[in-house]
Design a protein around this ligand. Sequence first.
Ligand code: SF4
Ligand code: SF4
Length: 338
Amino acid sequence: MFFFELINTNAVRINQRLGKKMEKEKDRVPLITEIQRYCISDGPGIRTLIFLKGCSLDCPWCHNPECKSPEIDIYYHEDKCQKCGKCIEICPQRAISWLSSKKEAILRDREKCSKCLKCVESCPLKALEKVGQALAFDRIIDEALRDRAFYETSRGGITLSGGEPLFFPEYSLKLLKKFKAEMIHTAVETSGSYKWEILEEIAEYTDLFLYDIKCMDPTMHKRFIGVDNKLILNNLRKLSAVKANIRIRVPVIPRFNNNKENFELLVDYLQSLENPVLAVDLLPFHNSAEKKYIQLGLNYAYKGEPFMEKKEVEWIKDFLEKNNITTTIGGIIGPEEV
Ligand code: SF4
Ligand code: SF4
């Protein structure tokens, strides 16, 4: 019961704020949560992943909850905390309190917190950590170009991830243009839930899209994520028509999309595209993000849910391949001819 209440509450909240939020963030310079080097997934070859902080959707299973909000966030590392109470004393908003009378941990009220970071600065043990950095554009580029030699030998490159790169269309475009000018292979991970004009412009500088299709049923899509999938599917159709290189990513989620009907509809849809996608990558649910939700003080709808084993999604791979759709479990590892 709690699971669906949580999902529905999130979905309604997201739906209400979506339009306003997207317009506001359009020209914003994103915070970066991480620049991850030497990655061998999320695109072909050896890659550098740039994680932009902010997303217009709110998938309840999201593996990067620290990238959902475009604002600064704070991790609480309970294992480092010595319960000295300094952060409670210093907080001007009275947003921090003891979790219980036993003083075993602290609790930050996310609504009250103004992100002044006084608690982070005052914690003697670095038990509170700022999440998200405003990095200079040139620094991001320099960091990514350090591995140019690896990209060349492995046919790798950079991947814009998050969060959602298209949440910051102007900035993502600027990054992609620069990387293309440097002859670097570019990939963009996206939910596709944005105006076609944005995607069309981004496509000119993107060698590969890693495009999420979460669920074919629009009602389920809206119930879990807050928006239906019409725009996402329409955009994918248009991307296919302009001959973009596309890998579809399907997070396989228990009680959401893990059923035959969903994949039958996916096959019908993919076969109706003007140009075929390169492949479908199945990403079985895993709960490794649970700790991050706890550290951020966020609710996690999949608390205690066991991760899915590879063998649990093999039937989907078999089914898609029978329908002539190249499929992986987990995505590509190593070089690929795109
Ligand atoms: S200041 Fe740091 S160590 Fe002290 S209670 Fe707060 S989080 Fe824990
Ligand atoms: S960042 Fe938030 S919790 Fe920390 S001191 Fe400022 S208002 Fe209080």
